[in-house]
Design a protein around this ligand. Structure first.
Ligand code: CTP
Length: 135
């Protein structure tokens, strides 16, 4: 008998896509059979970070979708709806970067929650700063 497919779900803005983003997608995908990514909407990003992303959500969704480890994407428009999104997507495991360590433990009633280490030395904020101050 074939074993059931394991579905991994992760979330993020994935703006100005960089190697840290790719690394977490690769590591998340390696935990199961398919990886579904909730990409934050422009609206949610403004609410969360106080600024619009550099790349609009339609482009961020397309970039993430075309990454080899990714099976499908959806728009995350509310932080409060995480449990609902996980149920809707049939998640077996929620993967988050360890910058969120402990913050999503309450979702373990919905699925397993795993925090993976961030890639050192790179972030979207840092990249934007670097470009701004480039001479
Ligand atoms: N991530 C990672 N390593 C990095 C940067 C991000 O593993 N160096 C992970 C985050 O933990 C998250 C996902 O990539 O699970 C999407 O993160 P996001 O917030 O979109 O990227 P950041 O580069 O952290 O963006 P910002 O600087 O705007 O906070």
């Amino acid at each position: 008998m074939s074993r059931p497919r394991k579905t991994i779900v992760t979330f993020g803005t994935f703006d100005v896509f960089h190697i840290g983003h790719l690394n977490i997608l690769k590591r998340a995908a390696a935990l199961g059979d398919r990886l579904i990514v909730g990409v934050s909407s422009d609206r949610l990003n403004i609410e969360k970070k106080g600024r619009a992303p550099v790349y609009p959500e339609a482009e961020r969704l397309e970039i993430v979708l075309q990454m080899k480890p990714v099976t499908s994407v959806f728009v995350e428009d509310s932080l409060e709806l995480k449990a609902q999104y996980l149920r809707d997507q049939g998640a077996d495991i929620l993967v988050m970067g360890d910058d969120w360590a402990g913050k999503f433990d309450h979702l373990s009633s919905v699925c397993k929650v795993v925090y993976l280490p961030r890639t050192e030395g790179v972030s979207t904020t840092q990249t934007i700063h670097k470009i701004k101050t480039y001479d």
